[in-house]
Design a protein around this ligand. Structure first.
Ligand code: HEC
Length: 147
């Protein structure tokens, strides 16, 4: 269809209205799998948080802050489903949301601790961050070992 500005017809105008709406609906579900988010976002960033060891420079704190932000953001993302076979089934379970909430809140506490340059509070948040990983894996994917 040729929709230049001279030949704009009702059809072209309607197309313009319909396309963005359907594109929007599709983008509500992440076009990556929950497993990919686990491996590419959650695992490396939580490792950075758990590995925090007496950070001193602004640069070290910044790396920690970026990691905590990624954990908080990924908590919202893994509640939206994904492209994995079971992703959209898992996220409908209340238990899924409960584990995600604990993980996200620990990420928020870590972020606050980092912004306050409080290493003890960060280590505490790190301790709260681990159980939801294990709990969720046990319930939803017992094949996921030792995470
Ligand atoms: C709300 C549930 C949930 C939470 C919370 C969660 N995970 Fe996962 N995770 C899963 C599921 C389900 C899979 C398996 C996905 C698949 O195989 O499609 C998985 C897979 C993984 C994998 C890939 C393992 C593999 O080889 O298949 C890693 C690594 C991982 N998670 C790390 C973590 C870490 C670290 C945390 C905590 C900071 C965490 N996950 C929190 C549900 C969760």
């Amino acid at each position: 269809m040729n929709c230049n500005w001279i030949s704009i017809s009702l059809g072209c105008a309607a197309l313009g209205l319909v396309l963005p709406v359907s594109a929007q609906a599709q983008s509500d579900v992440p076009q990556v799998s929950i497993k990919e988010v686990m491996e590419s976002v959650i695992t490396p960033t939580t490792n950075i948080l758990w590995g925090a060891d007496d950070p001193q420079s602004d640069e070290e704190w910044q790396i920690l802050e970026d990691a905590a932000i990624a954990v908080v953001a990924s908590g919202a993302v893994i509640n939206l489903g994904g492209s994995g076979e079971q992703d959209n089934t898992w996220v409908k379970e209340p238990a899924w949301r409960a584990f995600t909430e604990v993980m996200t809140n620990a990420g928020i506490d870590a972020l606050k601790a980092i912004r306050g340059k409080d290493i003890d509070a960060l280590l505490e948040a790190g301790n709260v961050l681990y159980p939801p990983c294990e709990g969720c894996h046990l319930q939803f994917n017992p094949g996921v070992i030792n995470q």
